[in-house]
Design a protein around this ligand. Structure first.
Ligand code: NI
Ligand code: MN
Length: 237
């Protein structure tokens, strides 16, 4: 698929670093220092303009507060999560809720549903992270990317397609805590993306879904969605 000037780097699990055509750096679900999938030479982030967080679990926001304090990006998240990270020292929060769209830097971001949970474990406390969500990111070059966060498949993914037509979907396939390959293939039926990047698999032995199985399920579903299997640390452009 032609990304038309956008660069996407998968840092493993659900963490993606995106370079926009104008040179801004966007990170989705920053979990780096403790992420066993992130290659050692990719653990340092030099600059960040925008941070998107889907929910409060540590495998999605493990580095969110540290990176926010260090690089001062605009932090996008659901209202309750933004209140939390603001108290942790993030100065520029951009809270929103599902159905909303806002401009942050040179991208537009729409917050959409995800079916999951979202407690923030902060030391010995379990805090309310708000509801989990996904994002449709609209780039200036016209490309639209949907990052599902952690979720099962749900029928309203058809609405995400009808309203926003994402070209590229990032979908969890690991099973157990999210959908697995069977559900992710069905999600592609509803979302109709041109291409899909599987994520949230293989990080731990318990996340058993594989890109190969996902590819088989796509085929069985009669879909010709382009399957882009990335290696942690890899960049596509
Ligand atoms: Ni989660
Ligand atoms: Mn997760």
């Amino acid at each position: 698929m032609n990304l038309n000037g956008i660069k996407i780097t998968w840092l493993g699990h659900a963490t993606f670093l995106i370079d926009t055509p104008a040179g801004k750096k966007v990170i989705i679900d920053p979990w780096i220092a403790g992420n066993p999938a992130t290659p050692g030479d990719k653990k340092k982030i030099a600059k960040l303009d925008v941070m998107l967080c889907t929910h409060g679990h540590s495998d999605h926001i493990g580095d969110a507060a540290d990176l926010a304090r260090k690089h001062d990006p605009k932090v996008v998240g659901i209202y309750e999560f933004c209140s939390w990270i603001n108290k942790k020292g993030a100065k520029h929060i951009a809270p929103m809720n599902k159905g909303g769209t806002q401009q942050v830097g040179d991208i537009k971001v729409t917050m959409v549903s995800a079916n999951h949970s979202s407690t923030i474990e902060d030391g010995t406390q379990a805090l309310n992270g708000g509801e989990p969500c996904g994002y449709v990111v609209h780039f200036e070059n016209g490309l639209r990317i949907y990052h599902a966060g952690d979720t099962n498949v749900f029928g309203d993914m058809a609405i995400i397609h009808e309203l926003y037509q994402p070209d590229l979907a990032m979908l969890p396939i690991g099973d157990l805590f999210t959908m697995g390959p069977l559900e992710a293939a069905y999600a592609c039926r509803l979302l109709k993306p041109k291409a899909v990047i599987p994520m949230h698999y293989g990080t731990f032995p318990a996340l058993t879904g594989t890109p190969d199985e996902f590819g088989r399920k796509l085929k069985e579903a009669g879909l010709n969605t382009e399957l882009i299997t990335m290696k942690p640390g890899e960049t596509i452009s």
